[in-house]
Structure formats: C-alpha cells, structure tokens
Write a protein that binds this ligand. Structure first.
Ligand code: 5GP
Length: 253
C-alpha cells in the first residue's frame, strides 16, 4: 500500500491527504502542549478521546445545521474531514472570565460575563497567537466583512449548542476556541467549522464542584488530564469501545 502523504503536522494533530480530492485524514496525537509548546507531555489515550469527542460535537453541530468539516470517523485516532482553506484566526467565545481574559482585564476567574464575548487571535505560533481587532482582520485581508458576519454567527451557534450539551451533563462551558475554513462550490465560497472541538480547546468546569475537566489540568498541573477527558467522555456517553476504565470503574455504563 502506498504511503500516505503528510500535509501538515501540528502540536496535537497530523493531517494526511485523504482518499478523495477535497478530503483530509485528521490524526489525533497523544501529545499535549501548553504555553506555545514550552510545556510538553505525551498523555497516552488523549488522541483517542479527542477523536471521539470532536466527532461527537461536530456530528451534533451538523444535526442542527451548523456546517463543519467532519465526514466520518475512520478508526480510533483518525477521522475523515473536508479539506478547507483555514482562516488564520482563532475564534474564542467566552461565557465566564478565565485565562488570558482574566489576566488582561483583571476579572476574577469564574465571573459570569454579561453576554458571550467573542475574541479573535491571529493564528501564528511564532507570535504567540496575538489578540487582534476586526480592524486588523479587515486591513490585512484575513477575512472580509461578510466572512466576519458568518464567523460571528457560527461562533455563537456553536456556543449555544455546546453550552446546552455540557449543561445537560453538569458541566459549565466557560470558554472555547474554534477555527473556521473556506470551502468552494464553483464560484461560491462559504465558511465551515474546522479543526477540532475537544477539551483541548474548551474550558469545562464541573457545575457542582468547579473541578476543571479540560486542558488547564495539564497547563496548571491540577491532576491527570486523561482522567479529566475520560470523565467528559463518560458523561456525554462517548466512551471509546474497549476503553479501559480509568479511575471510577463502577461509573462507566
Ligand atoms: P485563553 O485565551 O484564556 O488562553 O483561552 C481561551 C480558550 O481558547 C480556552 O478554552 C483555550 O483552551 C482556547 N485556546 C486558546 N488558544 C488556543 C490554542 O492555541 N489551542 C487550543 N487548543 N486552544 C486554545
């Protein structure tokens, strides 16, 4: 069998050329990085969990009409997705203050925001993904005004969906990051949600206890990241077949 062509290797995923034009195979690695890859570790099983969780969220979004790149899961670590031209922005939606917003504005972590706040960062690791305004985005041609309207609408629809799904299993969606990409149909282009949606890119807090169930567990040395992600997957009913119970075997359905 011919070797697959690697298109791109990032911190948490590898992209390979897909079997048909316009498709890509997205492979989820076990690597965890934080602080622009200054902190690194291999967390066995993280890739399997994120593959399942991203499938779960993207499928749910598709069912409510939010266009996204997911086509199908191929195996434990890989999914087939639509090839897109990534818009070079990280789109962050915040419901509660945390992380860089708390630092930047001096707001206590966990403070409920008056409404969801959407922020944009320019996707460039060498610059540490700096926060940018719509002025920068328009002036440098990263996205048009129509794109920005579409991006805002996608981001808020993802927020509504994810907040509800998480709330139903006792988890507060504090904030999250998405990426969007362009797909072309003849002369027309439209934007769809791409990349991944997983606890790597969200802040998820247990509603009762405030326990963190996301990548902050790794960033801030709060415990076992795999246990946290497994708990999210368990609550959502998204456990990989053959997955070994981690800490609470009696709780697994
Ligand atoms: P903050 O700006 O507070 O660091 O992050 C806000 C939200 O966006 C958090 O849920 C965080 O996980 C996510 N986020 C921000 N930048 C990145 C990134 O480069 N990669 C990933 N996976 N998530 C990010």
């Amino acid at each position: 069998m011919a070797r697959r062509k690697k298109i791109y290797e990032g911190k948490a995923k590898i992209l390979y050329e897909g079997p048909e034009p316009g498709t890509i195979v997205q492979y989820f690695k076990d690597d965890a990085t934080a602080f622009n890859a200054e902190k690194k570790a291999v967390i066995e099983g993280k890739g399997v969990l994120n593959n399942r969780l991203s499938e779960f969220f993207m499928t749910g979004l598709g069912q409510i009409g939010v266009p996204n790149h997911f086509i199908k899961r191929l195996n434990m670590r890989e999914q087939l997705v639509r090839s897109v031209e990534i818009v070079p922005l990280e789109i962050i939606v915040r419901n509660y203050a945390a992380g860089t917003m708390s630092k930047r504005l001096g707001i206590d972590e966990g403070t409920q925001l008056p409404r969801p706040i959407v922020e944009y960062c320019y996707k460039d690791d060498s610059l540490g993904d700096p926060l940018v305004t719509e002025e920068h985005i328009a002036a440098f041609g990263w996205a048009s005004q129509q794109d920005m309207d579409d991006i805002l609408s996608l981001a808020l629809r993802v927020n509504d969906f994810l907040s509800g799904v998480m709330m139903a299993v006792g988890i507060r969606l504090v904030d999250f990051k998405i990426e969007v990409g362009r797909v072309f149909d003849g002369d027309f282009q439209r934007l769809i949600v791409a990349d991944e949606i997983s606890p790597d890119s969200c802040r998820l807090w247990d509603i009762e206890t405030g326990e963190k169930l996301d990548k902050d567990v790794f960033r801030r040395d709060l415990g076992d990241l795999k246990d946290a992600y497994t708990e999210v997957a368990r609550r959502l009913g998204v456990m990989p077949k053959n997955a070994q119970p981690i800490t609470k075997p009696t709780l697994i359905n």
